[in-house]
Design a protein around this ligand. Sequence first.
Ligand code: AHR
Length: 503
Amino acid sequence: MMKAKITLAREFKIGEIDKRIYGSFIEHLGRAVYGGIYEPGHITADEDGFRRDVIELVNELNVPIVRYPGGNFVSGYNWEDGVGAVENRPKRLDLAWGTTEPNTFGTNEFMKWCQKANTECMMAVNLGTRGADEARNLVEYMNHKGGSAWADLRKSHGFEKPWDVKLWCLGNEMDGRWQMCAKTAVDYGKLANETSKMMKWTDDRIETVLCGSSSRSSPTFGEWEAQSLDIAYDSVDYVSLHQYYDNKTDDTPSFLAKTLELEEFIYTVICVCDYIKAKRRSPKTINLSFDEWNVWYHSDFAPFERWSCAPPRLEDIYNFEDALMIGSMIITILRHCDRIKIACLAQLVNVIAPIFTQTGGGIFKQTIYYPFEHMSNFGRGVALNPIITCDKYDCKEFTDVPYIESIATFDEENETLTLFAVNKSLDEGQELTVNMLDFDGYKPFEFISMDGYGIKDENSFECEKVKPHTNELPVIDGGVMTANLKPFSWNVIRLQKIFSKNS
Ligand code: AHR
């Protein structure tokens, strides 16, 4: 067994955790909408056709915002096609995913779904085939109280009250050659700047997100952010990051080590934002919206029928090592919660998602569901940077990879402290001692873990094999807690103040 040590103190505060860091994403793609969140006729469907079984799991996940309607889809989307009487809505070819969009589900349906799922919408506008005019019209349609053409159109569609959407994405991955009407950084920067200006003139309460590069490996990464942000700095609030990881080489140690790269990616984007801030001598700080992140590769070559409606696409079935990777990724994201205010696990249902349904059938929780659920429910308050001493490993792609990935969160109001930790060692446990410097009276009351599974074990409709279980509570003595972390495991240790120091 290896030995590891963590030191925790209230002073090691990274920042307040913005609840929107536990967001997710629904795109008109595959069976995310049709057969996912929306399936009239399904045995669990409500009067609006929303699957109640899906809403139940979304509620359990406690997702505060959901990005919509894309993704690549949004770059060819006419939002007007998806509002008004359903029988008048056109079917359109979706060039992003090679399918037919029936438009029987659109913006108002999504907003109603958000209300029922207890979440908020992060809306994306089309800056591919369309532009500033359609975007500001959509803000007027969604947020203006009435007395103007677009707001009155919404009312005539049966929605008297404005939806008041606060957060808006200025397009999607506009640097990507796969994107409809992809752009250069300068062209995009100008369009995003003008669009954001007009959207905010329509409703000055909104915030906007500038598209960063589509990933760290994008050829224009770095320069794209700098050029577009320099143009749009005064009119936007966030820059987006997107990153998916895979284990195509079947090299688990390297796969789990990719959080080192993720760390570097986040840090670099922060530096670029602050470089532009310095260059412009601006008092304004641009924060980060990590609005697409996940593991994605299992379904890469799955065939589908071109131009069919809602065929299965991107239906990754996740395994145990993916769950550990998701836990490690969200820990890494949280380590930067002073600058990352929004993050979206991409996506929510069926399409590279923690929730998986059968059209006309059942539902199950994927392996990755659980670390996200734990973080979203227990990882609130402030994030504390744990000082970690542990062994490190070398692998094909990286050197000096710490075996332990960890973060702590402290919810002062409820006097709860939670330690999240991944042990990346395939075969050795860790005797972890946690030195809690100023948490007098805090005692562990729950120790949840996922361990003991084969690295490729998956869940299915028949058997939810990979799931968390509780363990014997760690021992605590004189402010030092000792816990045994199993080999290759996800761990959540929850502590609460049991007595007050002066009592
Ligand atoms: O989430 C799937 C796709 O990944 C999104 O449509 C796109 O933005 C990204 O490339």
